[in-house]
Write a protein of this length. Structure first.
Length: 283
């Protein structure tokens, strides 16, 4: 119960997702190619697939606010069942982006969204296919989003996602303008299960020393791949998401390479502190 009281992300509703026959369409998403725009933040098999945005271009993946009308992409036109799920339960008035995030045997670095924009929007996620191995985190809390649950993700706190499953978790992501105005949800069903918080033991000093001590073998060629171990420990041991960067920076110092230390510090800034509009991170 302690975790629930501190969790800023909110479960807003549960949709009658079993009323929709989505298996064939989810297979289309599985086969859809991804351009790699968020590769700096992701480790393993993570991808983003755009069903609707302001331009209607399937290659237009990187989120940004816009004032135009929502336009279906070619992929969105191939997924009428998923788009029906959207239009039957949500108003399109403030909806700016409809995407599906795919995650399989991978992890996303802890990050803060909307750093590069003057005003944050409202981001909802609805898992369309998931399993117990697929988890989200926010600050020091790890939790599970069940299939069909509608979650308002508190994007301005450090948060991330991980899945160790071999089958991709597919989560519908809906971005609305205005962070303050509630999003109306129609035709939902009562929640029958409590919010699922994952309890984790505290890390031991020996575990942290082993992780941080691995920095002695860090090289410019391995620093990107090395980060995944640090992000993973946050899911296995009770720690704040931002602590991942503390561990990583200390490990970088153990390398004795000033360039590696600077890269670790820059990645922290990019993920959770400051990021310019259109800025990318070069590993």
């Amino acid at each position: 119960m302690k975790g629930i009281s501190l969790l800023k992300s909110q479960r807003l509703a549960v949709l009658p997702i079993d009323s929709y026959d989505l298996d064939a369409e989810l297979s289309v998403v599985d086969r859809h190619e991804y351009g790699g725009e968020y590769d700096a933040l992701t480790f393993g098999a993570w991808s983003c697939h755009v069903l609707a945005n302001g331009s209607g271009a399937e290659s237009d993946i990187a989120f940004r606010p816009h004032s135009g009308r929502l336009a279906l992409t070619e992929l969105g036109k191939q997924l009428p069942g998923i788009m029906s799920l959207v239009t039957e339960h949500f108003s399109l008035d403030r909806l700016q982006w409809v995407r599906i995030f795919s995650l399989r045997d991978g992890i996303m670095a802890p990050h803060v969204d909307f750093l590069e924009f003057a005003e944050p929007g409202t981001r909802l996620q609805v898992p369309l296919r998931t399993s117990e191995e697929s988890l989200h985190s926010e600050n020091d809390i790890v939790y599970h989003l069940r299939r069909g649950e509608v979650w308002k993700i508190h994007t301005t706190e450090p948060h991330s996602a991980r899945s160790t499953a071999r089958t991709a978790r597919l989560s519908l992501c809906l971005d609305f303008s205005d962070a303050e105005e509630p999003v109306a949800i129609r035709n939902d069903v009562p929640a029958t299960e409590p919010i699922r918080i994952i309890e984790r033991p505290a890390a031991t000093e020996a575990e942290l020393e082993e992780l941080v001590g691995s920095g002695r073998t860090m090289t410019p060629e391995t620093i990107r791949a090395d980060f995944r171990r640090f992000a993973a420990l946050h899911y296995e041991r009770h720690a704040h998401a931002a602590a991942v960067f503390d561990w990583y920076e200390e490990a970088a110092r153990r390398s004795g390479d000033a360039g590696i230390v600077a890269k670790a510090q820059a990645f922290r800034r990019y993920c959770i502190e400051k990021r310019a509009d259109g800025e990318t991170f070069d590993w």
